[in-house]
Write a protein that binds this ligand. Sequence first.
Ligand code: ARG
Length: 270
Amino acid sequence: MKHNRKNLVRIGAAVAAGLGAAALALSTTGANAEEAAADGDFDAQIIGGRPAADGQFPWTVALADAADPSFNYCGGQLIEEDVVLTAAHCTEGSAAADVVIRHGDTDIAQTDVYEVAEIVVADGFDGATMVNDWSLIKLAEPITGAETLPLADADTGDWGTLTVAGWGTTESGSMSPDLLYTDVPYVSADDCAGAYGAEFDAATMICAGDLANGGVDSCQGDSGGPLVSADGVLVGIVSWGYGCAEAGNPGVYANVGLLHGDITAALATL
Ligand code: ARG
């Protein structure tokens, strides 16, 4: 059962690699709705979220299909005016010409479309285990004047209340046209290992969610998007989880504080 649910994450990754809108619709409405019905505790958008205000997440972007820019399938964040940091499982197998970046509005339909020059997937990324789930996208042209998001440069332990945002799957099982966000409590590495056993890799991952009650989480389509601290640094990148917003199964994120050295080294080569 749990393995089936982790397989849903793989469906998300396959979609990101270009299977198309129909596949995403199937994976979200079909699979998630069934899981929801089976579990009885599947709840709400970005799961437990509310619409973002203009300017609240100014560095947020979506990854979309260059052949159909209305099909956005992952999130990301500008860390330079011409560099997006996202999840490796969102870009693996995609050429620069396959992907466009959407930015500039909370309403996805109002965002501008930007071309991609280069994609760099983390060297140590493993799509089976999701270790090192980060990747860099260099834009063809900078988005001049755009705000950028600073990266956590260490894992300081208890981050307190974190915030996650995205256009991903909502309670209705489809993507959200409006950028949604929710607060998610930090979950310690010990507690996350308790939830996921060896599938949680403390060297590259960090967890967040309401472990006891569920109800708040990222979900399919939010991958690559931001987990930010109260003081405004990028702590995590949406990566995977069993189901969405289930009690006992927190969201798992690439641990930016621990991966900071690798990310900045790759950034220097762009
Ligand atoms: N892998 C998913 C994606 O491609 C994100 C899943 C996040 N799941 C969670 N329970 N937080 O969009």
